[in-house]
Design a protein around this ligand. Structure first.
Ligand SMILES: [Zn+2]
Ligand SMILES: [Zn+2]
Length: 252
């Protein structure tokens, strides 16, 4: 299996997970032509598209995905919140992250378990994804805290949005208003919370940690990667458009 990063920032988020026969899309925040190119034009192998929440950088291109008859899955709150973006004869499918047992979705060889995220959105989700080839994948973005731990992780896509010190310095310098600092703190994962979330999980079998949705102004990708690689001893990547990574259960 291979992960392709199409976009991973407040400019637009979109990822493709694919092997020769199957593909799962994550988010709909970039023009679909990039996804089509990553798929080599092979739409038939797409089993679905998962959307975490209704913000434009994640759901803004939802109609393009729907118009290609790709099954789209999001929470009811996300679907309602993304209404202004939905201009298609096809409709997204509602999925739930229950307080008790989570809903389980089977899409081709992928099993998807949604979990609640903590973000300034109606009903944001994160996803635990399992596939025979990849093992367990954690996909967590736009969440100021990670409420769950996960078993059997082999690959991780996790938000590492900002460094609280950079954020505070920018407020002190008058670069950004204090209210924006508050918004970021209550909606995105800081470097330290990302590190805590990683440490709360068993990383023994993890092959890749991909840091996603890094803020241009409030983050430092290179420092984040170094710090997290040092703390976890794992291979850490910075998600950038065009990045491709082998996402397998075995480390190659
Ligand atoms: Zn976002
Ligand atoms: Zn958001």
């Amino acid at each position: 299996m291979e992960l392709t990063v199409i976009g991973s920032s407040s400019e637009g988020n979109s990822y493709v997970l694919q092997n020769a026969g199957e593909a799962l899309l994550l988010e709909a925040g970039k023009p679909f032509k990039h996804t089509l190119a990553a798929l080599g034009g092979n739409l038939r192998k797409v089993v679905g598209c998962l959307i975490t929440h209704e913000h434009g950088d994640h759901a803004g291109r939802i109609s393009e995905v729907l118009n290609y008859a790709v099954p789209v899955f999001a929470s009811q709150g996300t679907i309602e919140g993304a209404e202004k973006y939905i201009r298609s004869n096809y409709q997204p499918n509602a999925i739930r992250a229950g307080a008790g047992g989570y809903e389980r979705l089977n899409l081709g060889g992928f099993t998807v378990i949604p979990f609640p995220a903590k973000h300034d959105a109606a009903e944001p989700l994160g996803f635990y994804i399992w596939h025979e080839e990849t093992g367990g994948i954690l996909f967590a973005t736009d969440t100021y805290y990670l409420p769950c731990t996960f078993k059997g992780l082999s690959n991780i896509l996790i938000e590492c949005n900002y460094d609280p010190d950079i954020l505070a310095r920018r407020v002190a310098d008058g670069d950004i208003p204090e209210v924006l600092q508050e918004r970021v703190r209550r909606s995105h994962l800081s470097y330290y919370t990302c590190l805590d979330a990683l440490r709360a999980n068993d990383l023994t079998a993890v092959n890749n940690i991909v840091l996603i949705h890094i803020s241009d102004g409030n983050g430092d990708g290179v420092a984040f990667r170094e710090g997290i690689a040092k703390a976890t001893g794992k291979t850490v990547h910075i998600a950038k458009p065009g990045l491709k990574i082998k996402f397998n259960k075995t480390p190659f």
